[in-house]
Design a protein around this ligand. Structure first.
Ligand code: HEC
Ligand code: HEC
Ligand code: HEC
Ligand code: HEC
Ligand code: HEC
Ligand code: HEC
Length: 262
């Protein structure tokens, strides 16, 4: 087939993919279905909602200290690991508390058919409890038009939410506090497009330094070369933006700088 035609098809498909993400309901945004082992064990796949968790904990805590991969299905989470206090079991162990209330326990050897508690996580196509909770949470949050419909940045900086960054018995003591870099502009390569202003300070609140460096970005300005195409494919900024942080179609939230002159 003609190479140009192939390229056109590819571009159309990637645009469609971006749209499919953008039309997800606010409640669905950041939802991850974990389905490596459940069905084989006679259980429904697990529904994990980012909104519930990111309102309470930083990305860094889960994706660095606890060790969840930033890719759906990439972590081998087993019932045995959860019972040992790893992964979900780092918090969902029936002992750890949040705001003075015990966090419900994860997998046990109990007969799942006699245990409604299993369905809180093994929840795919089971109940709408999670969705109801979202609606009442949303009412209390600063709003935006995309993603979860929540302006997470404002929610955090105004103190409406205070994500926990250190978990006793899980997080290791960090050697030193590293100061965040100054904000900088990523100049757009095309004329007429406003530059992207990137804030280290705002990102470090959620991600520390370790989520991004060195896996996603080299520690040198301009060293990585990327365009919107890579972002749409889920690389660089697109690792988080489009899946959990606000989506790519919210152009003006990133392109806030001055337009490049001809
Ligand atoms: C309570 C723990 C927890 C917190 C907090 C958390 N995540 Fe996750 N995240 C997970 C789990 C679990 C997965 C699924 C991993 C798997 O399936 O292997 C995941 C998956 C992801 C994925 C991949 C999604 C996909 O569809 O492939 C991205 C991107 C991500 N997280 C970003 C973030 C960002 C950004 C934050 C902070 C705003 C964050 N996470 C906060 C636990 C967490
Ligand atoms: C860092 C601690 C932490 C980790 C890790 C964690 N959770 Fe949670 N989770 C919480 C807290 C706190 C709540 C809210 C309090 C409650 O409902 O008991 C919660 C609530 C939930 C809920 C009910 C709310 C909802 O509608 O989604 C589900 C389901 C859930 N978690 C699933 C998971 C799964 C699956 C994993 C692992 C992939 C996981 N959690 C990992 C702390 C954690
Ligand atoms: C806090 C969330 C949570 C709760 C509650 C929970 N699980 Fe799980 N469980 C998981 C996750 C995440 C996986 C991995 C899912 C996958 O990859 O399919 C899993 C997987 C499993 C597996 C298959 C993997 C293996 O190691 O064989 C079994 C069996 C299991 N759970 C049993 C149970 C039982 C029984 C209950 C109720 C007593 C329960 N779980 C409650 C999170 C939970
Ligand atoms: C959300 C992702 C993200 C987080 C979190 C993050 N950085 Fe960066 N960092 C970047 C990007 C993007 C660049 C520029 C890379 C490029 O241009 O290719 C960068 C560049 C740098 C540079 C090079 C600056 C220069 O002038 O060459 C340093 C140093 C740095 N980061 C340190 C840190 C430290 C320290 C932290 C934690 C406080 C941190 N970063 C957290 C994304 C991040
Ligand atoms: C998460 C932040 C983010 C969002 C949202 C975003 N961009 Fe970008 N954009 C970037 C970054 C980073 C670059 C790379 C800068 C460069 O050109 O070196 C870029 C580059 C561009 C470029 C230059 C050519 C190219 O393809 O790289 C254009 C044009 C552009 N963006 C348009 C858009 C449009 C239109 C939207 C909304 C549909 C959008 N951007 C949304 C971050 C973003
Ligand atoms: C590791 C995950 C991650 C990566 C990678 C990442 N971001 Fe973000 N970003 C976030 C989170 C989390 C927020 C908080 C807002 C939200 O969740 O919607 C955020 C917020 C922002 C904001 C809004 C800050 C404000 O002032 O409101 C901008 C702009 C932004 N990111 C641009 C970028 C650009 C450009 C890149 C790539 C150079 C990038 N981000 C890479 C996670 C990430």
């Amino acid at each position: 087939m003609n190479k140009i035609l192939l390229l056109l098809i590819f571009l159309l498909v990637s645009v469609d993919e971006a749209r499919a993400v953008s039309i997800a309901a606010p409640y669905e945004y950041g939802k991850v279905i974990i389905a490596n082992y459940s069905e084989r064990a006679g259980l429904a796949p697990v529904v994990f909602n980012h909104w519930v968790h990111r309102a309470r904990y930083t990305c860094r805590l889960c994706h660095v200290d606890i060790g969840f991969a930033m890719a759906k299905g990439a972590t081998a989470i087993t019932a045995a690991a959860n019972k040992k206090g790893l992964y979900c079991g780092a918090c969902h162990n029936g002992k750890r508390t949040y705001n003075g209330k015990m966090i419900f326990a994860s997998c046990s050897g109990a007969n799942p058919r006699k245990n409604a508690a299993c369905e809180r996580c093994h929840a795919l196509k089971k109940s709408n409890v999670q969705e109801r909770d979202f609606k009442s949470f949303l009412e209390k949050m600063p709003r935006t038009a995309s993603g979860n419909g929540i302006d997470w940045e404002a929610a955090e900086s105004s103190g409406r939410i205070k994500p926990i960054d250190v978990l006793e018995g899980v997080s290791i003591q960090r050697p030193r506090i590293i100061k965040a870099q100054k904000d900088f502009a990523i100049e757009s390569k095309s004329t007429g497009t406003a530059a992207v202003v990137f804030s280290h300070k705002k990102h470090a609140v959620w991600n520390g330094c370790e989520v991004c460096h060195p896996d996603i970005f080299p520690i040198k300005k301009g060293a990585a070369k990327y365009t919107m195409h890579e972002l749409e494919k889920g690389e660089y900024c697109g690792v988080c933006h489009n899946k959990v942080a606000f989506p790519i179609h919210d152009c003006k939230r990133c392109h806030t700088g001055v337009k490049t002159k001809k």
